[in-house]
Design a protein around this ligand. Structure first.
Ligand code: URA
Length: 210
C-alpha cells in the first residue's frame, strides 16, 4: 500500500477551519468540497489515460483522454457523501457506486448495510471516499469488497487519518494495489475511536445529529 499525505498549505489551512468546533455545518460542507477537490488532484496523478488524436485550429496533434472503463467513485455512506461533489467536479465522467457502512460504537466493527456497485469491476480504478480513517475497519472492508469484485486498483481519499488506522490498512492490504491519500495524519485515536485532535464526527458535522 502507498500512502500520500498531501500537506499543501491550502489543504492544512482548510483542515484547520474544519477542525474548529465553531465552524457551522454549511461552512463545513462547502470547505469539505473545496478540500476534496485539492485532494482529488493529488489522488488522480496516476489516473489511467490513453492517447487521442485531435485537431487544433492550427494542426493535428495527439493529446490524452481518460481510458475506458472510466474510474469509479465510491463514497462510504454517510460521511463519504460529503466528499462526492468535490470528487465529481474533478472527474465528471466517472461513474459513482455506493457502499453503506456503519460501525458499532462499542466494538468499532463495521457492517455493510447497503451496496450499489457494478457486479464486475474488472479493469477499474476505484476511488473510495471517506473523510475519517480512524480504526481503518470500514476502509479495509470497502477495499476488500472492491478487490473481490475484480477492481484493479483502489485509491482511498480521506481528509484525516490516525496512525493506528493507517497501520491496520497497511497490514490488511499488503501486496495489493492500494493507495491512501490524506490531508493529514493526526496524533492518535482516543478510547472512543475518535481521531485526536481530529474534527469530531464528520457525518454529524456535515449533516447534523440524525
Ligand atoms: N469517524 C469520525 O467521524 N470521526 C472520528 O474522529 C473517527 C471516526
Amino acid at each position: 500500500m502507498r500512502v500520500h499525505v498531501a500537506d499543501h498549505p491550502l489543504i492544512t489551512h482548510k483542515l484547520t477551519v474544519l477542525r474548529d468546533k465553531n465552524t457551522t455545518s454549511p461552512s463545513f460542507r462547502a470547505l469539505t468540497e473545496e478540500l476534496v477537490t485539492l485532494l482529488a488532484y493529488e489522488a488522480t496523478r496516476e489516473v489511467r489515460v490513453e492517447p487521442v488524436e485531435i485537431e487544433t485550429p492550427v494542426t493535428k496533434t495527439v493529446g490524452i483522454a481518460l481510458s475506458d472503463p472510466k474510474p469509479l467513485i465510491v463514497p462510504i455512506l454517510r460521511a463519504g457523501l460529503g466528499m462526492l461533489e468535490g470528487m465529481v467536479k474533478l472527474l465528471p465522467s466517472a461513474e459513482v457506486g455506493f457502499l453503506g457502512m456503519v460501525r458499532d460504537e462499542e466494538t468499532l466493527q463495521p457492517t455493510t448495510y447497503a451496496e450499489r456497485l457494478p457486479d464486475d469491476l474488472a479493469g477499474r480504478q476505484c476511488y473510495v471516499i471517506d473523510p475519517m480513517l480512524a480504526t481503518g475497519g470500514s476502509l479495509i472492508a470497502a477495499i476488500d469488497f472492491l478487490l473481490q469484485r475484480g477492481a484493479d486498483e483502489v485509491i482511498a481519499v480521506c481528509l484525516l487519518g490516525a496512525p493506528e488506522g493507517l497501520e491496520a490498512v497497511k497490514a490488511a492490504t499488503a501486496g495489493k494495489n492500494v493507495t491512501v491519500v490524506l490531508g493529514a495524519v493526526d496524533e492518535k485515536l482516543n478510547e472512543h475511536g475518535y481521531i485526536v485532535p481530529g474534527l469530531g464526527d464528520a457525518g454529524d458535522r456535515l449533516y447534523g445529529l440524525v
